[in-house]
Design a protein around this ligand. Structure first.
Ligand code: MN3
Length: 241
């Protein structure tokens, strides 16, 4: 008999129970893992639904978080269960997403991208980056204003649904865009890197308040960007590299 025997019992109601038994040196260990528990949970917003008013309205934030992000999260968990993927974090899964189904690519991206997006906004946002991030923006884009123009233009001109990003890529800051729920952390991304700032330009992110005026939404976004958080994240990334 194998050292480890995996017995999967799929007919036990809520997704089944995986029983992992270890026989070997006379010791007997048994661990029951309930597979019906979702791997990924919808994260709480770090502020109230009305906190980003008037720039991003309460109704949009509620729908975006409780309906859209919740749905990506549920469908991501379901797709992972179908594929039998466990024990990996979302970033690991996305970094090898070319191996997986479209459902994992779309919903995993939706889960991951929105989780980052809520964190880069704050009711105390606006202003500009600090420290090493400001230095790097000046170095790689010329100035903070030039960076803002490049990012805003990317967000305003992206055709269809997708995201605009500021990423750290091979030691350089870059502005890039992705279609649908693709993410620069995915192996299939044209420009890969670590996300620092991102803007959701799907219509569901702005249509209730701004209708077809995506440009107004992009301009308003700067008022809620949490540069303090992003600057700290960048400083940590530099320490790790
Ligand atoms: Mn969205």
């Amino acid at each position: 008999m194998d050292k480890r025997t995996f017995i999967k019992t799929g007919a036990l109601g809520l997704g089944g129970i995986l029983a992992l038994s270890s026989f070997g040196t006379g010791k007997f260990a048994k661990k029951i893992i309930r597979q019906d528990i979702p791997v990924f949970k919808l994260p709480d917003l770090p502020y109230a639904y009305d906190a980003l008013e008037p720039h991003i309205d309460t109704e949009t934030m509620k729908l975006h978080h409780l309906k859209h992000h919740a749905s990506y999260t549920d469908k991501f968990n379901a797709a992972l269960k179908d594929a039998g993927i466990t024990g990996k974090n979302a970033k690991e899964i996305l970094s090898e997403v070319s191996k997986y189904s479209t459902a994992i690519r779309d919903n995993g991206g939706g889960y991951f991208n929105h989780k980052l997006f809520w964190k880069v906004m704050s009711p105390d946002g606006g202003g500009q980056p600090e420290g090493e991030l400001l230095d790097a923006i000046n170095k790689d884009f010329g100035s903070f204003e030039e960076f803002k123009n490049k990012f805003a233009t990317a967000a305003k001109t992206l055709f269809g649904s997708g995201w605009a990003w500021l990423i750290l890529s091979d030691g350089k800051l870059k502005v890039t865009t992705t279609q649908n729920q693709d993410s620069p952390v995915m192996d299939i991304a044209e420009v890969k890197g670590t996300p620092l700032l991102m803007l959701d330009v799907w219509e569901h992110a702005y249509y209730l308040k701004y209708q077809n005026r995506r440009a107004d939404y992009v301009d308003a976004f700067w008022n809620v960007v949490n540069w303090e958080f992003i600057s700290k994240k960048y400083a940590l990334l530099l320490k790790k590299s």
